[in-house]
Design a binder for this molecule. Structure first.
Ligand code: NAD
Length: 250
């Protein structure tokens, strides 16, 4: 994969950062995209320190003009992007009766419009290359989760987007798959623990008690799965959702 260029959104930290590092280790040049270019510095530095190539790109995935500019910059500085990981995400959890219009719109904009805009912007490069890999970050919450009407809808929506991209782009050598993580220990889950007022260790212990493999998920668990799906050898795997949850379901 040494001549491949990958874009990882939400790459400043957590699952996105681990994925960016892993794809760089696999030999790809990686564009680390996040809201603020400065926040990507740590991921870029880690990749360079390991001998890889990366650039930091600031963009809000929900804003069309910023997405177009980001993809143009990546193509100019690294070469045509043929691997895309739609990973950027936010939570605005609330029970339905308390969920605001803004809670709903924000989650749809980042997860769904973000993945749509980036996929649309990179597909031309993939089609021109006759090769492409799109992986979008779904979640076990797509199966339904209390307090997450917005997030569950967006994560289920990403599965529909993925299957449709797989059908439309397959003949151009482009695959599209979704990874649906369960409980992964990141800033996102730490902020959930804080919001519900549960000590982090107790929060992890409770989550782990329901996970068949008996441990919490790490960003690297997800990154390793993405690494497989974007590899040359995964070209006959498309339109799939792989649950990375330490067991068969949430
Ligand atoms: P995180 O909050 O640690 O990281 C998310 C990153 O996305 C942050 O760096 C943030 O700045 C960035 N981001 C947010 N909005 C953005 C925007 N509009 N434009 C660009 N970047 C933006 O979260 P994480 O736990 O690493 O989660 C990564 C992805 O995995 C998310 O899509 C999340 O929904 C999904 N996921 C996480 C878990 C989990 O347990 N942590 C489980 C299932 C799915």
């Amino acid at each position: 994969m040494s001549d491949r260029v990958a874009i990882v959104t939400g790459g400043a930290r957590g699952i996105g950062a681990a994925t960016a590092r892993k794809l760089a280790e696999d030999g790809m040049a990686v564009a680390v995209v996040d809201l603020d270019e400065g926040s990507c510095a740590e991921t870029v530095k880690a990749i360079e320190a390991a001998g890889g190539k990366a650039i930091a790109v600031g963009a809000d995935v929900s804003k069309a003009e910023q997405v177009t500019a980001a993809v143009e910059r990546v193509a100019a500085e690294l070469g045509p992007p043929t691997v895309l990981v739609n990973n950027a995400g936010v939570l605005r959890d609330n029970l339905l009766f308390k969920m605001t219009d803004d809670d709903w719109e924000t989650v749809m904009a980042v997860h769904l419009r973000g993945a749509f805009l980036f996929s649309r912007a990179v597909q031309k490069h993939m089609v021109d290359a006759g090769f492409g890999r799109i992986v979008s970050m779904s979640s076990t919450s797509a199966l339904g989760n209390r307090g997450q009407a917005n997030y569950a809808t967006a994560k289920a929506g990403l599965q529909g987007l993925t299957k449709t991209l797989a059908i439309e782009l397959g003949k151009f050598g482009v695959t599209a798959n979704a990874v649906a993580p369960g409980f992964i220990m990141t800033d996102m889950t730490q902020s959930t623990a804080k919001r519900v007022g549960v000590d982090w260790d107790a929060f992890v212990k409770n989550a782990v008690s329901q996970i068949p493999v008996g441990r919490g998920g790490r960003p690297e668990d997800v990154a390793n799965t993405v690494s497989f799906l974007v590899s040359e050898g995964a070209g006959f795997v498309s339109g799939q959702v792989i649950y990375v949850a330490g067991g068969p379901r949430a």
